[in-house]
Every structure is written in structure tokens, then in C-alpha cells.
Write a new protein. Structure first.
Ligand code: LLP
Length: 472
């Protein structure tokens, strides 16, 4: 598999009719690891990170990788090494980001229902859930690691909780208020977050009063504003409208004597699921930079939280056909990947291009589309092993003739693929492989059944105080 590094194609694509990741055969990987397996291209991750960074360089924007999109430790580590901070939404993601090497001050902590335990761990490493496992994951110093760089605050109640805990611990917290701008991101109803009917953020009119109330607060410093209107945001106008809402809010805050210094614009930058579907990062930047550059010159720090735009097309899911069933109405291609591996098609009716990893030469796809203009395709439902009718990867999709044991590639699966995988029907989570140069490395083993069963292996009777027993 070794070859001249310079001659390797970067990313995931067909080379001489066979699917490759950075020049390494996807079939060869899947034969070794078994399926389903997610394969990531380090070159594609680097390229997409760099493209976004360069597009927003005129704003000197800081990129905080949305860990939720693909939380694998080794993916996070690679992005951290590229200079990315991390955007986390739970105590678990916080520990993951830190283990991956992110400095605490480069972590922003969002999420609507932060618990006391999560806030404590985010402020003071002695409360980390990893304390008893220190060193096992190759990172020392959890006790003294300091607070996260930024909390993104979703409600007044949360701000009160953080203020109280930071006062108790004597650790000051920096925070942005997440604003709900009431802008329609024109995305799926489940992934729109910037409308007032959504649970996220605080309406703009309320924010000045919060800055007022916390002005000079001994433990919490409000440094700016966070906003995230949805994911993906397939058009540019909603971002422009959002930035206008925020700039108007900044004017009001400044008129009242406050000095917002951080604008975290969130994520949502789209990628192509169909070829040619989405505007490029440069097109978003071209509209947004002029709105913000003067403020940046005045000292405003712009933060972005990209996930999908770095990972979606840096990863591919490989599944193996187990059975073909020709029904009277439909042809079913039964695969070992289903909603337990990739839930996006079922959950959002999302489109992922699916194609054999080794198609016949006359059936090489030129572009990702629902109905490629190629000969000898057969319409099928590509379905998984789960006992639900909603378990499908694609419906009514023309595909080349495939046979039992063939590998199929599900494209654009690097974001919100493995992170939304589940153990439903007692399937272990899939394996993950990272290709970097000509080296393919298993960066997550397929979850063994013993690991699934571990929390049920022993039982433990609950002890109740007498009062609780009487109440019963
Ligand atoms: N920042 C915040 C506060 C977020 O809630 C999200 C995504 C991001 C950043 C990253 O957005 P991205 O750049 O990846 O678009 N499961 C859905 C997507 C849900 C996104 C949730 N939040 C899907 O599979 O499409």
C-alpha cells in the first residue's frame, strides 16, 4: 500500500474505478476491520479546516471544532493540532476535548441543560469525571487544569447556576449570552435553532438587562454574545440577518456602557451532499466579512464553531450487503449498517449518496445525485438490520446491480454519523479508521458486546433512609 506521498490523491474518491481514502483502498480497510466501518481522510480534514480558516482569515476568526459532529479522540486531536479550539455541549465532550489535547482556555461550553456536576468540572479539574482515571488516556494534570475559556449561556437560570458555583469554588467564569435572533435558517425543522419557538438562546431584547445585572459581578464576566441558528444553514441570507440583529444588540449594549468583545457565530456552514448543492465557505465569508471587519479592527474576537463543514465529506461509511430481497413491489438491499450506524436518512430524510466501492467501469458516478444518468441501474431500498420500517439509508434509489457481500459506500457520513450511532438491537458501535498519508489506523475498535453488557453485569440494591421507607 506504500507509495509516493506526493502522488496520493487527497480525500475520498474513485481512483482507477475503486474507492480510495487518500490513496488507500477502502475495500482493503473494510476487509480487515469488518463492517460497518467509518473511514476518515486526514488530508480532507486538514483541507476543509484550512479552507474555512482561510475564508474567514480577514476576521481573524478563531475556529472551535463542534465535537458533536465527530467526537473521535483522534479526530479532535488532529484538529487541535491544526490550531482549532473545541466547542462542547456536555461534560462528556468536555473531557474528550481535553483528553484530545485542547487547552481548557480553548474550549467553549454550550448546551441548554448544563448540570451542576458539568459546571463544576468545567471550572475546576478536581471535579472532572476522569479524576480517577488520570493518565489512562495519556493526559496528565487533570486536577490543575483550570476553567474553560468560555461558557455559552442558554438561560438566566443557567447563568445563576454558573455564578453560584464559580463563587463557591473561587474560580471566575467567562461567558457569552446565546442570543435567539428569531431568524429562520431554512433548514430541517429539527435542526433549526434560531427561531423563538426553539429552545435555544435568549431573545435579544432581554440581553441588555442581563449584562446590566452582571456588570461588575465578582465571579462571572459577560464578554460577548453567542448565536447558532441551525445546521446546516444552506443559504447565506439567514447569517446576514443574524449578524444584523447582533450588531444592533451590540450598539444597544455599548450605549448602556458595556463592551462586548466576543462574537461566537456558531456553526452550520453547509457542505455538498449532492454535488454542487451548497455555497462555498468563501461565499459566506464574502457577505459576512464586510459586516464585521470594522468591529474586528476595534478589538472584537470572532469565533466560529464548525463541525459538518470539516467532517461530513472527510468521512465515508462502508457497509456490506448481507442479502438482496426482490419483493413484488420493491427490491431491498439489506446491509449491516442501518439507523444504529447512521440515523440521518431516517431522522431528517437526509440524502447520502450511496454507491458500490468497486462499480463496473461504465457505472462510475460522475456526481452525487439521486438519479445518476447511467445505464443498467436498478431501483432499490437500501435498508439496515434493525427491526423498524424506518430503518433505511435510502429509498427508491437507482443503484448498480449489487450482490451479497459487496461493499457499499455511504458518502458524506463523517459528520453526525458515528456521533449519533446507537446500540439499538444490541449492535456495538462501528469501528472507525483514519487514513493519514499511506497509513490507515483503527482509531476506534468496533464496540464489543462485553462492553455493551458491562453496566448490567452486576446489580446493586438501593438503600433508603428510614424516612424514605416510611413515605413508601
Ligand atoms: N455550535 C452549536 C451551538 C451547535 O448546536 C452546532 C450543531 C454546531 C456549532 C455545529 O454545527 P455544524 O457546523 O456541524 O453544522 N444532527 C444534525 C445536526 C445537528 C447539529 C447540532 N448542533 C445532522 O445530522 O444534520
Amino acid at each position: 500500500m506504500s507509495k509516493d506521498k506526493d502522488s496520493q490523491p487527497a480525500g475520498i474518491g474513485y481512483v482507477d474505478g475503486r474507492l480510495q481514502a487518500d490513496g488507500v483502498s477502502v475495500e482493503a480497510i473494510a476487509e480487515q476491520t469488518g463492517t460497518p466501518v467509518y473511514i476518515y481522510s486526514a488530508a480532507a480534514i486538514r483541507a476543509s479546516y484550512e479552507r474555512l480558516r482561510r475564508a474567514f482569515a480577514p476576521l481573524d476568526a478563531k475556529l472551535h471544532y463542534a465535537v458533536k459532529s465527530c467526537p473521535n479522540l483522534h479526530v479532535c486531536r488532529l484538529i487541535s493540532e491544526l490550531g482549532g479550539g473545541m466547542d462542547v455541549v456536555s461534560g462528556g465532550e468536555l473531557e474528550r476535548a481535553w483528553l484530545a489535547g485542547a487547552p481548557m482556555e480553548e474550549i467553549v461550553f454550550a448546551g441548554v441543560a448544563k448540570t451542576e456536576a458539568e459546571v463544576r468540572a468545567a471550572l475546576d479539574g478536581r471535579f472532572s469525571s476522569l479524576v480517577r482515571h488520570a493518565g489512562r488516556f495519556g493526559r496528565e494534570g487533570v486536577h490543575g487544569r483550570g476553567p474553560v475559556g468560555l461558557f455559552n449561556i442558554e438561560s438566566e437560570s443557567e447563568l445563576e447556576r454558573i455564578a453560584a458555583i464559580s463563587e463557591q469554588l473561587g474560580v471566575p467564569a467567562r461567558a457569552c449570552i446565546r442570543v435567539n435572533p428569531d431568524v429562520d435558517a431554512k433548514t430541517h425543522e429539527y435542526t433549526t435553532t434560531g427561531l423563538e419557538e426553539n429552545k435555544f438562546g435568549i431573545y435579544a431584547e432581554r440581553v441588555p438587562a442581563m449584562f446590566e445585572a452582571y456588570d461588575g459581578h465578582p465571579s462571572v464576566e459577560l464578554v460577548g454574545v453567542h448565536v447558532h441558528i441551525g445546521s446546516p444553514v444552506p443559504q447565506i441570507d439567514p447569517y446576514v440577518d443574524t449578524v444584523r440583529v447582533i450588531l444592533a444588540l451590540f450598539d444597544r449594549l455599548e450605549a448602556a456602557g458595556h463592551r462586548p468583545r466576543v462574537l461566537d457565530l456558531g456553526g452550520g456552514w453547509p457542505v455538498d451532499y449532492y454535488h454542487g448543492e451548497s455555497p462555498a465557505p468563501e461565499e459566506y465569508a464574502a457577505r459576512l466579512v464586510p459586516l464585521l471587519e470594522e468591529r474586528v479592527r476595534g478589538g472584537l474576537q470572532v469565533v466560529l464553531e464548525p463541525g459538518r463543514s470539516i467532517m461530513a465529506n472527510s468521512g465515508v461509511l462502508i457497509t456490506r450487503v448481507q442479502h438482496i430481497k426482490q419483493g413484488r413491489q420493491k427490491r431491498f438491499v439489506m446491509c449491516d449498517a442501518g439507523i444504529q450506524t447512521l440515523i440521518r436518512p431516517a431522522f431528517y430524510r437526509a440524502f447520502h449518496f450511496i454507491w458500490p466501492v468497486a462499480p463496473e467501469p461504465h457505472q462510475l458516478p460522475e456526481a452525487w445525485m439521486e438519479r445518476p444518468d447511467l445505464p443498467d441501474l436498478v431501483e432499490c431500498d437500501v435498508v439496515g438490520p434493525i427491526c423498524e420500517t424506518g430503518d433505511f439509508l435510502a429509498r427508491g434509489r437507482p443503484l448498480p446491480e449489487v450482490a451479497q457481500n459487496d461493499f457499499l459506500a455511504v458518502f458524506s457520513a463523517g459528520a453526525y454519523g458515528v456521533s449519533m450511532a446507537s446500540n439499538y438491537n444490541d449492535h456495538g458501535r462501528p469501528a472507525e479508521v483514519m487514513v493519514d498519508g499511506d497509513v490507515a489506523t483503527v482509531v476506534a475498535e468496533r464496540q464489543p458486546l462485553a462492553s455493551l453488557l458491562e453496566t448490567e453485569r452486576t446489580t446493586r440494591k438501593l438503600e433508603f433512609s428510614q424516612a424514605a421507607s416510611v413515605a413508601r
